[in-house]
Design a protein around this ligand. Structure first.
Ligand SMILES: [Fe+2]
Length: 375
């Protein structure tokens, strides 16, 4: 695959044609910046030792030769020599256009509730906890679908923290390392009452938002209280398809989110829909309880409200929603930057007790990448 058929260079760039017929163009500055030699990269950590300002701005390719094992490049004006592994170049050469990130909607499988036909992405906890392919597949489901359901999780208070320890780190907040979801007198958050909760993402008032949420059901004997999940990336994509101006407005308008109680005053400013440099959807923040006073000029408000209403209407479409009952011993692990969750109201009679906790996406992805690399 990575056999070099031909190469040629001028001062500005090196062009390689591979044995499979594909080609790449490597600009001189890019090559020099990616020199893998011991003067430029720490041999142990692989981290870069040179700053961009250490490289001559007018760096050019002086000579280039292929000696069978590697590609040797001598740079002008300073005579610096670098050796490149053809395999490395084949895998890392600058692409014709930026590829989608695996955190963005372009790299994921978007879904409606009916798509799963009762077969949710799920794993038994014993297998998940043992690591290996079951853990890899469960974390891959979080990447691809935004959630996974774990079965037979021991109904032990605090267990949710052990579950996080299998793939990442606990994100402690003002709610503690974990939070209790059950009816509470003088609740500081509607989540701690028996009211229904509309579709939302948690904690948009934090910076950064906790990227991973877990909800572990310890007890559930009430009427109602069913869980609902929905794909916020699909909802945002539908908004874009139905009215691009509405989508743009929500991506371009930064609003204030806030949570206040006796001990905390948490604030963050961000858009409802976040896009990356390719225009791909990368993050949703949607929680009607947590949007602070909208400090937008009247003209902007007049544009914002119809767009916000349109997005909310899409999120209320039942066809998008996945509804099921979270049973005792089950745990939902989901991407809190993508998958919205909701809960039906439940009866005052009976008991319902969930423990929730947060973690971050970077730790989850780190474990997934290592498992996928066979580590
Ligand atoms: Fe929530």
């Amino acid at each position: 695959m990575s056999e070099i058929a031909q190469f040629r260079h001028d001062c500005d760039a090196l062009e390689i044609t591979w044995a499979d017929g594909s080609a790449c163009r490597l600009p001189a500055l890019w090559l020099r910046d990616h020199c893998r030699g011991p003067e430029c990269r720490d041999p142990v950590s692989g981290q870069r030792l040179v700053n961009i300002t250490d490289i001559p701005a007018d760096v050019a390719i002086g000579r280039a030769e292929f000696d069978g094992a590697g590609l040797i490049v001598e740079f002008a004006p300073d005579g610096h020599r670098s050796q490149f592994d053809p395999d490395w170049i084949f895998r890392n050469a600058p692409p014709a256009s930026a590829p989608p990130g695996d955190r963005s909607a372009a790299g994921k499988t978007l879904w409606r509730g009916g798509d799963f036909a009762g077969a949710l992405p799920r794993a038994g906890y014993a297998q998940f906890a043992a690591g290996g392919t079951a853990l890899r597949d469960a974390l891959a489901a979080v990447r691809d679908y935004g959630f996974v359901l774990l079965d037979d999780v021991p109904r032990r208070p605090g267990q949710v923290l052990d579950v996080i320890g299998r793939f990442g780190y606990v994100r402690e907040t003002n709610y503690g390392t974990l939070f209790e979801v059950r009816t509470r007198v003088d609740a500081n958050n509607l989540a701690y009452t028996n009211r229904g909760l509309g579709c939302h993402l948690d904690n948009p008032y934090r910076d950064p938002v906790p990227g991973v949420q877990l909800l572990h059901c310890l007890e559930s004997t009430t009427e109602g209280g069913e869980s609902i999940l929905q794909d916020g990336f699909l909802a945002a994509q539908l908004l874009r398809d139905e009215n691009d101006a509405h989508f743009r407005l929500l991506a371009d308008t930064w609003i204030d989110f806030r949570f206040v109680d006796a001990d905390a005053d948490l604030r963050a400013r961000a858009p409802l829909i976040e896009i990356d440099d390719r225009g791909d959807i990368v993050k949703i923040r949607y929680n009607n309880r947590s949007i602070d006073t909208l400090r937008l000029p009247p003209v902007r408000l007049a544009e914002f409200y119809p767009a916000y209403r349109h997005f909310a209407e899409i999120l209320e479409r039942e066809s998008l929603q996945l509804e099921f009952r979270l049973e005792p011993g089950q745990l939902l692990l989901f991407d809190n930057t993508r998958v919205l969750h909701a809960r039906r109201a439940y009866s005052a009679a009976g008991a319902r007790h969930l423990q929730g906790a947060y973690s971050d996406l970077d730790g989850l992805y780190s474990t997934l990448y290592r498992l996928e690399a066979g580590g």
